[in-house]
Design a protein around this ligand. Structure first.
Ligand SMILES: *[C@@H]1O[C@H](CO)[C@@H](O)[C@H](O)[C@H]1NC(C)=O
Length: 210
C-alpha cells in the first residue's frame, strides 16, 4: 500500500467518522477525538489489510463490516456458525456434514428422512428417527409386525404383498385352486393334507382297507 494523497486522506477520515458515528450512536464528542485513534494517511500495513479494510496506523487495520482480525482476514458471522461450521464470508457459514441451515444449526440427514421420520443428531451423527411402523436409514422400509411369511414382502405398514398361491395378512393361507375334499386341508399352494382314510391330490380317493 502506498501513501495517500491529501484528497483521499480527507475522504477516508470522513468515511471513518461515518463508521464510528454509527458505532457510538451519534455521541456529541468532537469528531476525530471520540474516534479514539489517529488516522495516519502515511501508515503502512504489512501484511496488508484484507477485504477492503483500511490501514489507519502502521500495522493497524480498520476492518470493513463483516470482517475481523489483525488484517481483517476473517469473516464474521452473527449468529455464529454452530456445530463446527466455518464462516466463509459475512453471514455465510460452511457447515460440516450432517448440518445445514444458515448457521449450521439444523441437523440434516443425507437423502432426508421419509415417511414422517425426523432427522436428529445422535452422538453428533445425523440420524433419522422413524415412526414405529417404518425402519431403515431413511425410514424407507415398512414394518409388518405380523410378519410376511412364505416369501411375502412388507410393502406398507402391516401390509404384506404375497407370492402367488398365498393369501392373508401374513401370507399364511395357502390357496388350492381345486378344493381339498373330505375334510382335507390346503397346506401349501395346490397341496392338500388329507384326513384318513382319504388320499390323492384333492383327497378324493378312499384308501383300500385290508
Ligand atoms: C510508520 O512506518 C514507517 C516505516 O515503515 C515509518 O517511517 C513511520 O515513521 C511510521 N509511522 C509511525 C507513526 O510510527
Amino acid at each position: 500500500m502506498g501513501s495517500f494523497g491529501h484528497g483521499s486522506a480527507v475522504f477516508l477520515v470522513a468515511s471513518l467518522v461515518t463508521l464510528v458515528g454509527v458505532c457510538y450512536g451519534g455521541s456529541d464528542a468532537p469528531r476525530g477525538v471520540a474516534m479514539g485513534f489517529v488516522f495516519d494517511p502515511k501508515a503502512k500495513c504489512d501484511p496488508p489489510c484484507e477485504h477492503a479494510g483500511i490501514c489507519i496506523r502502521n500495522n493497524t487495520c480498520f476492518c470493513s463490516k463483516g470482517y475481523e482480525g489483525e488484517t481483517c482476514k476473517y469473516a464474521n458471522c452473527y449468529p455464529k456458525c454452530k456445530n463446527g461450521g466455518i464462516c466463509l464470508r459475512p453471514g455465510k457459514c460452511r457447515c460440516p456434514p450432517g448440518y445445514g441451515g444458515r448457521y449450521c444449526h439444523k441437523v440434516t440427514c443425507d437423502g432426508g428422512c421419509w415417511n414422517g421420520g425426523e432427522c436428529t443428531a445422535v452422538n453428533g451423527v445425523a440420524k433419522c428417527i422413524c415412526p414405529s411402523s417404518w425402519t431403515g436409514s431413511k425410514c424407507q422400509e415398512a414394518l409388518c409386525p405380523q410378519g410376511c411369511r412364505n416369501g411375502g414382502i412388507c410393502v406398507a405398514p402391516g401390509i404384506c404383498s404375497c407370492p402367488e398361491g398365498w393369501l392373508g395378512g401374513a401370507c399364511h393361507t395357502a390357496v388350492c385352486t381345486q378344493p381339498c375334499l373330505n375334510g382335507g386341508k390346503c397346506i401349501s399352494p395346490n397341496k392338500c393334507r388329507c384326513r384318513p382314510p382319504f388320499s390323492g391330490p384333492h383327497c378324493e380317493e378312499r384308501k383300500k382297507s385290508h
